[in-house]
Design a protein around this ligand. Sequence first.
Ligand code: PEP
Ligand code: MG
Length: 316
Amino acid sequence: VVEHGAEGVGLYRTEFLYMNRSSLPTEDEQYSAYRAVIENALPGNATIRTLDLGGDKLADFITVESEENPVMGLRAVRFCLTHPEIFRVQARALLRASIHGQLRVMVPLISRLDEIRAMKAIFRQCRNELAAEGVAMANNVPFGIMIEVPSAALTAQHLAREVDFFSIGTNDLIQYTLAVDRGNPHVARLYAPLHPAMLSLISIVCGAARSTGVDVAMCGEMAGDPLCLPIVLGLGLKNLSMNATSIPLVKAMVRSLSIEACEKLVNEILEMNTAESIEDCVRWRLREMLVGTPCEPMLQALFEDPSVAIDAEDLL
Ligand code: PEP
Ligand code: MG
């Protein structure tokens, strides 16, 4: 991640510590894993996400009642609040690791205010417990939430008062907004990051963040998608989290684009009513914006022939 030009870690998915094994990871094991991420991210932030189990991410040792609709079931923050004995181990490990750098804690799948308050209460209890045991911790660990459910996006103004930052999780936000299973090939063509509904929700979240002074980032595949980039920038996002391999191209494009032109493009497409017309317009305008910039040689790979490889090494 660092070698590809990242400034920090925007999303560390902790559920992978819990999957493909027969017992829960211990507090010490988690502490070591989080400490390594936090130290390697320095001088940047390490944004570590609390357990996002359930739905499509299942662990062998957790016997969940079979659910008819698991993606809308007992997953992520709902699972943590239903099994505080499991989550408290993670909260303690995170707080212990916080002393080693710039940890930010982020909670997935928030859909209502009381979930934020309940998670903060568990962190507070664990902090008090650890302090009584004489364990050193960072004084302030920023607490954020993922905006990946429409109810959270629409009430971002209220949620902002309880948190330090938002990160828009577009993979799930698209799934829940458009009612399109993100892993189902039969409906893959309906999975549209530039659907007007998505743009409205992102715009609401960015507006709420601006007016309340809360930081906002974007994670999920949309944040690293070159075609979405001018829209993402034009909507006001400045903090993007993506796969390491996407970073060089996105950085090169950011250097080549003007924010003013991106904002103008957003105004143009906010009037449009289909994902397809928006995509066509963005493709057209993006080509105009990149001609004559160091990104020009990438245009063919981006828009005409996806089989043309972009050499990330050239961009580092
Ligand atoms: C998201 O939903 O956009 C996200 C980043 O989380 P995950 O892909 O792990 O569900
Ligand atoms: Mg998600």
